[in-house]
Design a protein around this ligand. Structure first.
Ligand code: SF4
Length: 220
Protein backbone atom coordinates (compact mmCIF):
# COMPACT_ATOMS: atom_id res chain seq x y z
CA UNK A 1 0.00 0.00 0.00
CA UNK A 2 1.42 3.36 -1.00
CA UNK A 3 -1.38 5.64 0.15
CA UNK A 4 -4.64 4.23 1.50
CA UNK A 5 -6.44 7.58 1.42
CA UNK A 6 -5.46 8.05 -2.21
CA UNK A 7 -6.21 4.42 -3.12
CA UNK A 8 -2.67 4.03 -4.43
CA UNK A 9 -1.00 0.62 -4.34
CA UNK A 10 2.07 -1.02 -5.82
CA UNK A 11 2.09 -4.60 -7.12
CA UNK A 12 5.28 -6.57 -7.70
CA UNK A 13 5.63 -9.93 -9.34
CA UNK A 14 8.26 -11.70 -11.46
CA UNK A 15 10.48 -8.63 -11.47
CA UNK A 16 7.73 -6.33 -12.69
CA UNK A 17 6.39 -3.37 -10.73
CA UNK A 18 2.96 -1.91 -11.34
CA UNK A 19 1.60 1.23 -9.68
CA UNK A 20 -2.20 1.30 -9.52
CA UNK A 21 -4.37 4.21 -8.46
CA UNK A 22 -8.09 3.80 -7.81
CA UNK A 23 -8.03 0.33 -9.35
CA UNK A 24 -8.00 1.49 -12.98
CA UNK A 25 -5.07 3.85 -13.47
CA UNK A 26 -1.98 1.82 -14.34
CA UNK A 27 1.06 1.95 -16.59
CA UNK A 28 -1.31 1.22 -19.49
CA UNK A 29 -1.79 4.99 -19.33
CA UNK A 30 1.36 7.10 -18.90
CA UNK A 31 -0.77 9.54 -16.89
CA UNK A 32 -0.01 7.34 -13.89
CA UNK A 33 3.42 9.05 -13.77
CA UNK A 34 1.78 12.41 -13.12
CA UNK A 35 -0.42 10.80 -10.47
CA UNK A 36 2.65 9.40 -8.74
CA UNK A 37 4.41 12.76 -8.74
CA UNK A 38 1.46 14.83 -7.55
CA UNK A 39 1.41 12.80 -4.31
CA UNK A 40 4.66 13.74 -2.54
CA UNK A 41 4.36 10.95 0.05
CA UNK A 42 4.02 8.37 -2.71
CA UNK A 43 6.90 9.94 -4.65
CA UNK A 44 9.14 9.53 -1.61
CA UNK A 45 8.20 5.86 -1.29
CA UNK A 46 9.00 5.29 -4.96
CA UNK A 47 12.35 7.08 -4.67
CA UNK A 48 13.28 5.17 -1.51
CA UNK A 49 12.39 1.85 -3.13
CA UNK A 50 14.70 2.80 -6.01
CA UNK A 51 17.58 3.41 -3.60
CA UNK A 52 17.40 7.20 -3.77
CA UNK A 53 17.42 9.27 -0.61
CA UNK A 54 14.19 11.06 0.21
CA UNK A 55 13.85 13.57 3.07
CA UNK A 56 12.96 11.96 6.39
CA UNK A 57 9.99 13.18 8.37
CA UNK A 58 6.38 12.37 9.00
CA UNK A 59 3.03 12.45 7.30
CA UNK A 60 -0.01 13.88 9.04
CA UNK A 61 -3.68 13.45 8.20
CA UNK A 62 -4.91 15.51 11.16
CA UNK A 63 -3.90 19.08 11.90
CA UNK A 64 -4.01 18.68 15.68
CA UNK A 65 -1.60 15.76 15.49
CA UNK A 66 0.87 17.72 13.36
CA UNK A 67 0.56 20.90 15.42
CA UNK A 68 1.25 18.94 18.60
CA UNK A 69 4.47 17.44 17.26
CA UNK A 70 6.61 20.58 17.49
CA UNK A 71 9.01 19.05 20.04
CA UNK A 72 9.96 16.43 17.47
CA UNK A 73 11.32 19.11 15.11
CA UNK A 74 12.49 21.86 17.46
CA UNK A 75 16.01 23.06 16.73
CA UNK A 76 16.13 21.60 13.23
CA UNK A 77 15.63 23.08 9.79
CA UNK A 78 12.41 21.64 8.47
CA UNK A 79 9.96 21.96 5.61
CA UNK A 80 6.20 21.93 6.16
CA UNK A 81 4.17 21.28 3.02
CA UNK A 82 0.85 20.06 1.70
CA UNK A 83 1.13 16.59 0.22
CA UNK A 84 -0.44 17.36 -3.12
CA UNK A 85 0.03 21.00 -4.05
CA UNK A 86 2.37 22.31 -6.72
CA UNK A 87 4.41 25.46 -7.41
CA UNK A 88 5.42 25.79 -3.79
CA UNK A 89 1.90 26.58 -2.61
CA UNK A 90 1.58 26.28 1.15
CA UNK A 91 5.23 25.27 1.59
CA UNK A 92 7.12 26.74 4.57
CA UNK A 93 10.83 26.43 5.26
CA UNK A 94 11.52 26.91 8.96
CA UNK A 95 14.94 27.60 10.40
CA UNK A 96 16.40 25.90 13.43
CA UNK A 97 15.43 28.92 15.51
CA UNK A 98 11.73 28.78 14.59
CA UNK A 99 9.37 28.78 17.53
CA UNK A 100 6.26 26.73 18.18
CA UNK A 101 3.91 29.52 17.05
CA UNK A 102 5.68 29.75 13.71
CA UNK A 103 5.53 25.99 13.32
CA UNK A 104 1.83 25.85 14.13
CA UNK A 105 1.09 28.65 11.65
CA UNK A 106 2.92 26.72 8.93
CA UNK A 107 0.94 23.58 9.73
CA UNK A 108 -2.35 25.48 9.60
CA UNK A 109 -1.43 27.09 6.26
CA UNK A 110 -0.50 23.71 4.77
CA UNK A 111 -3.69 22.02 5.98
CA UNK A 112 -5.72 24.83 4.42
CA UNK A 113 -4.64 23.48 1.03
CA UNK A 114 -4.65 19.72 1.52
CA UNK A 115 -6.00 17.02 3.83
CA UNK A 116 -2.50 15.54 4.22
CA UNK A 117 0.63 17.45 5.27
CA UNK A 118 4.28 16.41 5.35
CA UNK A 119 6.86 17.70 7.83
CA UNK A 120 10.36 16.87 6.66
CA UNK A 121 13.99 17.51 7.36
CA UNK A 122 15.45 20.19 5.10
CA UNK A 123 17.99 18.66 2.76
CA UNK A 124 20.61 20.95 1.25
CA UNK A 125 21.32 20.45 -2.40
CA UNK A 126 20.59 21.36 -5.98
CA UNK A 127 17.40 20.58 -7.80
CA UNK A 128 17.46 18.94 -11.19
CA UNK A 129 14.62 18.63 -13.66
CA UNK A 130 14.58 16.18 -16.52
CA UNK A 131 12.68 16.40 -19.76
CA UNK A 132 11.76 12.97 -21.12
CA UNK A 133 10.50 12.69 -24.69
CA UNK A 134 9.66 9.41 -26.29
CA UNK A 135 11.08 7.48 -23.34
CA UNK A 136 14.52 9.11 -23.62
CA UNK A 137 15.96 11.76 -21.29
CA UNK A 138 17.04 14.86 -23.26
CA UNK A 139 19.38 17.65 -22.24
CA UNK A 140 17.34 20.60 -21.03
CA UNK A 141 19.57 23.19 -19.46
CA UNK A 142 21.85 23.89 -22.41
CA UNK A 143 20.47 25.74 -25.42
CA UNK A 144 16.82 24.87 -24.89
CA UNK A 145 14.76 25.19 -28.06
CA UNK A 146 11.21 24.89 -26.75
CA UNK A 147 9.53 28.17 -25.74
CA UNK A 148 8.27 26.66 -22.50
CA UNK A 149 11.74 25.41 -21.50
CA UNK A 150 13.25 28.81 -22.24
CA UNK A 151 10.64 30.54 -20.13
CA UNK A 152 11.19 28.11 -17.28
CA UNK A 153 14.90 28.87 -17.31
CA UNK A 154 14.18 32.58 -17.50
CA UNK A 155 12.39 32.15 -14.17
CA UNK A 156 15.33 30.48 -12.47
CA UNK A 157 17.05 32.87 -10.05
CA UNK A 158 20.48 31.35 -10.75
CA UNK A 159 20.25 31.89 -14.49
CA UNK A 160 17.99 34.87 -15.09
CA UNK A 161 19.06 38.50 -14.97
CA UNK A 162 15.45 39.49 -14.39
CA UNK A 163 12.83 36.96 -13.39
CA UNK A 164 10.49 36.85 -16.36
CA UNK A 165 7.62 34.71 -15.13
CA UNK A 166 5.27 32.70 -17.31
CA UNK A 167 1.80 34.16 -17.90
CA UNK A 168 -1.28 32.28 -16.77
CA UNK A 169 -1.36 29.11 -14.72
CA UNK A 170 -0.60 25.48 -15.41
CA UNK A 171 -3.83 23.68 -16.43
CA UNK A 172 -4.97 20.68 -14.40
CA UNK A 173 -3.72 17.35 -15.72
CA UNK A 174 -7.32 16.31 -16.32
CA UNK A 175 -8.17 19.33 -18.50
CA UNK A 176 -5.28 19.86 -20.87
CA UNK A 177 -5.62 22.46 -23.66
CA UNK A 178 -6.16 21.29 -27.21
CA UNK A 179 -3.37 21.29 -29.79
CA UNK A 180 -0.08 22.31 -28.24
CA UNK A 181 -0.72 22.13 -24.50
CA UNK A 182 1.35 25.24 -23.96
CA UNK A 183 -0.55 27.42 -26.42
CA UNK A 184 -2.64 29.45 -23.90
CA UNK A 185 0.60 30.66 -22.27
CA UNK A 186 3.08 30.69 -25.14
CA UNK A 187 4.16 34.15 -26.32
CA UNK A 188 4.90 32.72 -29.79
CA UNK A 189 1.60 30.88 -30.24
CA UNK A 190 -0.13 31.09 -33.61
CA UNK A 191 -3.78 30.30 -34.37
CA UNK A 192 -3.03 26.73 -35.41
CA UNK A 193 -1.25 25.99 -32.12
CA UNK A 194 -4.67 25.58 -30.49
CA UNK A 195 -5.64 22.94 -33.03
CA UNK A 196 -2.68 20.81 -34.07
CA UNK A 197 -0.57 18.74 -31.69
CA UNK A 198 3.00 19.73 -32.61
CA UNK A 199 5.13 16.96 -34.14
CA UNK A 200 8.39 15.93 -32.51
CA UNK A 201 11.12 17.36 -34.74
CA UNK A 202 14.65 15.98 -34.74
CA UNK A 203 17.34 18.63 -34.26
CA UNK A 204 21.09 18.30 -34.70
CA UNK A 205 23.15 16.68 -31.93
CA UNK A 206 20.36 14.33 -30.89
CA UNK A 207 18.09 17.10 -29.70
CA UNK A 208 14.36 17.24 -30.35
CA UNK A 209 11.68 19.90 -30.33
CA UNK A 210 7.91 19.49 -30.11
CA UNK A 211 6.79 22.83 -31.52
CA UNK A 212 4.60 23.63 -34.51
CA UNK A 213 6.58 26.79 -35.25
CA UNK A 214 10.21 25.81 -34.89
CA UNK A 215 11.33 28.72 -37.05
CA UNK A 216 10.14 31.14 -34.38
CA UNK A 217 11.44 28.97 -31.57
CA UNK A 218 14.91 28.43 -32.98
CA UNK A 219 15.81 31.96 -33.99
CA UNK A 220 15.51 33.27 -30.43
S1 SF4 B 1 3.50 24.86 -30.92
FE1 SF4 B 1 2.85 27.00 -30.76
S2 SF4 B 1 2.12 27.22 -28.67
FE2 SF4 B 1 3.33 25.35 -28.75
S3 SF4 B 1 5.36 25.98 -28.13
FE3 SF4 B 1 5.32 26.08 -30.37
S4 SF4 B 1 4.76 28.19 -30.83
FE4 SF4 B 1 4.25 27.85 -28.67
Amino acid sequence: MLDAADNFIVLRRDGRTEYVKQATRTSADTYVSALLMENKAVTKLVLTAAGLRAPGGARYDHETEAAGDFARYAGRRIVVKPNATNFGEGVALLGADAGEAEYRAAVTAAFALDRTVLVEEFVEGREFRFLVIGGATRAVLDRPAHPYTRLLLACHPDRAVELAGIPGTVPPATAQPSGCRFHPRCPQAQADCAVAVPPLLALPEGRALACGHPEAALVQ
